[in-house]
Design a protein around this ligand. Sequence first.
Ligand SMILES: [Zn+2]
Length: 407
Amino acid sequence: MNKYTTCKYCIMHSGIPGITIDKDGVCSDCNDFVEEQKVNNETAAVEYTKKMEELFEKVKSEKHVYDAIVLFSGGKDSTELVNIAKNRYGLSILGFGMQLPIGKPQAVTNMDEVAKRIGFDLMKMSIPLDTYKRYMKFALMNSDKYDLGENIGCAACSFIFRWYAYRLAIEMNIPIILDGRDKWQNGGFLFESGAEIKEKALKGEKVFSRLHDLAQDALGTTKGLMGYDIEYFKDKNFPSFIAPFTFMDYNTMDSLKTIDELGLNKNDFETMYTNCDGVYLFDYITLKRFDCTSYHKGYAHGLRNKIPTLTQLKTDESGNDDSFMLTREQTMTVLDEYKKALFYMAEHSIDSAALTDEVIDEIIKLTPFSLKLYGEKGARMLVKRFTFMKEYADFFDINLLDIKEDE
Ligand SMILES: [Zn+2]
């Protein structure tokens, strides 16, 4: 990270989309954070919660097929979200899940089990494999043309999930969509009223901004749920989009308690701790293009708020909930070593078949700090996971060496 100016407080640098560094060496996100602190986040959290609860009460008194759609991934946070929506707030909910080709089969099993035990209607949708590949490859190769930033891999993939749910809510006149993301995943509070989203949409600002243009260019059609045609739904109601865990007092450990109470196996959800395995490919492309990882903004947010965000690197197999709180310098070192490992593996075309013990030793030599931090076993396990980069590149028909470094 030499050619860019790095913020003196966090890990953001001037090459990351949307980030500027001021004359004192402080990034725009850190400056925004200081401004936000002045507004008093706690008051805002209480207000958002109150506003949400009022909306719930209003919606429950109206006639709707369902009060809310809950975006349901089969992970632990969205399990807790359906539990809260149904059991604490008494909403009539429709769980909505997406069976994406890149997702883990365990997630689908979890969806079915949780729906059965909590008791709610679950709708699962899938997308044809070739459509998905074509769309994702286009997104990964062209994200810079749409100004979609460093997190395009996850953003493009989860767009399918969010936008399908959104269209469904419009079609069925369901007034609320609940999303299980937390504050650090989202980068702040998320509470958007349907009326406001619609007002903007009528002025030409699309619901999920340029992701719609990207989808349309990739697939060349406005048919199907991937399409966006404001003429078609301008007379309908738009749902409010709310991520309660971005402002509610919520600890991710609460969800494990709920999973236990439902009689489900925590380990099936623990495996969901890690992000989807596509993230290594997405990170590689983003490291080449912007010299940062897909979740750089989230890691920086964690540093500012003293939340341990590198927990996905947690390697304890005994179900221990310990997580690391790394300093700014340690975070930068870990990420830099991660980059070295990925680049090495791309240059040498290392997939799981090519990953011998000797090759792992070579890669670990590049990551001495991570080795110390995660231990021999943990570091080797991480390197094994990194082979998903090459495997997903092959899956999307992307040649890793075709991705050029930003000049
Ligand atoms: Zn900063």
